[in-house]
Design a protein around this ligand. Structure first.
Ligand code: AMP
Length: 560
């Protein structure tokens, strides 16, 4: 199929903000890719299924080079056009359209070729890989029409700007594959398809299963990440009981980060974060700890990695170990410096068997059987089972004085629901005084801080929209040796600058930070209608993505 057909679909999607219209456009397109379902990834500007978090690894700077090379113009010209248009896709389109008047021969791009070439880009590693990446983009652009160039560049940069979120893709699949006749039928189907997606994290597989009517054949398999179950917040202990029922299990809510650990029957261990990133290499300590202390042929366990001070043995807050997640070198040394205790709290696959529908109390029993607990290596979440509020109250106080965040209350009979914030378990925390937010803008510093980004716009989420809730400029150190610094933050964010105006820059929303504050007030200054008072950055949250950040509803309810 010609890539130009897909580009026409992109244009139609770009032309409407209405979800239902987008869904219909997607549904119509799906009809044409029945024989090549992988094209579905491109609708979201992706080239791999969502469980595969490989990236193309091309910054705007490199894409500017590629556009300049293709168009036979100076990089300077591309940059100044970028400043004017604010979108490298449009820049490529304009430059290629000028060039096309002189070059008459180009072959028609096929969707299959575009997907193959883009995937190849992700595979280049090591010496010379940057050149190879640029050349591959140049080759693609050489063969594309101006419009195709717009979308190739945006896809390469991971920002397609056509507004197709997972919800629209899912609804498009439902519309095309099942054509539901009533609202209630549609609602049910949407749920079923969402569930399939949460298990597979692969829209092409879901699409194929729907076409073949074989959604029930979807299997979990260790090695492939599954979305984690999420937890709503309970107001207090009685609210927790109301949601999860009586009696219920209560566990410490540990302040670390989520790790889903998979082992297949050949002893291959893979560790994923909640945003499905494979972090196995960064945690050799955890790999060896599960290999020697979990006795099962194959499993998928859900856990929290919690840092502790190697001298005092006391648990440390998440910030202390956050740098381990992205670490690329000196890993063994860092593992010794910042040790981790793995606290296991759930299991969803054991020895070839899917446990998603097994009640929680049974899953916990299985965990108790297979995990050989070893303090400071691997333990089970501390748990009580009770129907009495006063017992929970005592346990809650104990958790807090132990340095943990609060408690989790869990329904004993509930299944595990990947990807959903259903009330099978709830979190119980003292009033929120920090939120995970995404950085959407920043400001260049002046004087002593010139050359650094020093003030950061942070936003929450409302559906697919991001809304600013404040500016943060404290919490960071000057130098990297002392913790998270302006220098480090600038290095991370510089690659994500979308546009500049004076000292202010717009940032691609990728970097999630935990922001502490004193309170929240209504305010017309920010798009959200709220402002954080005295905000400060606690830590980077490299384990979290844009769908994990605080929602407008969370902000609203904390403002009271
Ligand atoms: P929050 O990040 O505030 O939404 O809280 C939910 C997170 O708490 C989960 O994603 C886990 O990473 C973490 N957590 C800590 N202890 C537990 C536990 N015992 N059971 C489930 N999740 C836990």
């Amino acid at each position: 199929m010609d890539y130009s057909k897909l580009c026409a679909v992109y244009e139609r999607l770009e032309g409407t903000t209405k979800g239902l219209e987008k869904t219909s456009i997607v549904a119509e397109f799906l009809k044409s890719i029945k024989n090549f379902p992988e094209a579905i990834y491109l609708l979201q500007g992706k080239v791999f299924p969502d469980y595969d978090t490989r990236e193309l690894g091309l910054s705007e700077q490199l894409v500017i080079k590629a556009i300049a090379k293709t168009g036979g113009v100076l990089e300077k010209e591309v940059t100044s056009l970028f400043k004017k248009l604010g979108d490298l896709g449009l820049v490529a389109e304009e430059i290629i359209s000028k060039k096309k008047q002189t070059s008459l021969f180009s072959k028609k791009l096929k969707i299959e070729d575009v997907l193959r070439s883009l995937r190849k880009i992700a595979g280049f590693e090591g010496g010379g890989s940057i050149e190879s990446k640029i050349n591959s983009v140049v080759e693609l652009l050489h063969n594309s029409s101006p419009k195709e160039a717009r979308y190739i560049v945006r896809t390469v940069l991971g920002d397609l700007k056509v507004g197709v979120g997972s919800g629209i893709l899912r609804d498009g699949i439902v519309e095309f594959c099942f054509n539901p006749k009533s609202i209630s039928e549609k609602k049910k189907l949407v749920e079923v398809v969402q569930e399939a997606y949460d298990k597979t994290n692969d829209f092409a597989e879901v699409f194929i299963r729907c076409l073949e009517n074989s959604l029930d054949k979807i299997k979990l398999s260790p090695g492939r990440p599954v979305k984690v179950m999420l937890f709503p917040k309970a107001k207090d202990i009685s609210d927790a009981f109301r949601i999860v029922g009586k009696p219920a299990a209560f566990e410490y809510k540990y302040d670390g980060f989520r790790m889903v650990i998979n082992k297949d029957n050949k002893d291959n261990v893979k560790i994923f974060t909640r945003r499905l990133e494979n972090v196995t290499k960064q945690f050799p300590d955890v790999v060896s700890s599960v290999l020697s202390n979990v006795s099962a042929k194959s499993f998928i366990i859900d856990s929290e990695a919690v840092g502790y001070d190697k001298k005092s043995g006391k648990y440390t807050p998440f910030q202390a170990i956050s740098q381990r997640i992205k670490r690329k070198y000196g890993i063994e040394k860092m593992a010794a410096e910042l040790p981790i205790e793995l606290v296991v709290f759930d299991i969803i696959f054991l020895n070839g068997k899917n446990l998603i529908d097994t009640p929680f109390e049974k899953r916990r029993k299985l965990l108790e059987k297979i995990v050989k607990q070893k303090k400071k290596k691997i333990v089970l979440a501390k748990q009580i089972i009770t129907d009495r509020e006063e017992v929970v109250e005592k346990f809650y106080a104990e958790a807090i004085s132990n340095g943990q965040e609060g408690l989790m209350g869990k329904n004993l009979k509930a299944p595990y629901k990947p990807g959903s914030r259903v009330g099978y378990a709830v979190k119980l925390k003292p009033k929120d005084r920090d939120f995970d937010l995404v950085i959407t803008g920043a400001e260049w510093g002046t004087g002593k801080r010139a050359g650094w980004l020093t003030s950061f716009d942070v936003s929450c989420r409302d559906g697919e929209k991001l809304l600013a809730v404040g500016k943060v400029s404290t919490g960071l150190k000057e130098l990297s040796e002392e913790g998270l610094s302006f220098e480090e933050m600038t290095k991370i964010l510089k690659k994500l600058i979308i546009s500049e105006s004076g000292r202010h820059v717009k940032i691609k929303p990728r970097i999630v930070v935990s922001v502490q504050f004193q309170n929240i007030q209504k305010s017309p200054t920010y798009e959200s209608g709220y402002a954080l008072r005295f905000p400060r950055i606690n830590a980077l949250r490299p384990d979290r993505g844009i769908y994990d950040i605080a929602t407008l509803k969370d902000i609203k309810s904390s403002s009271k």
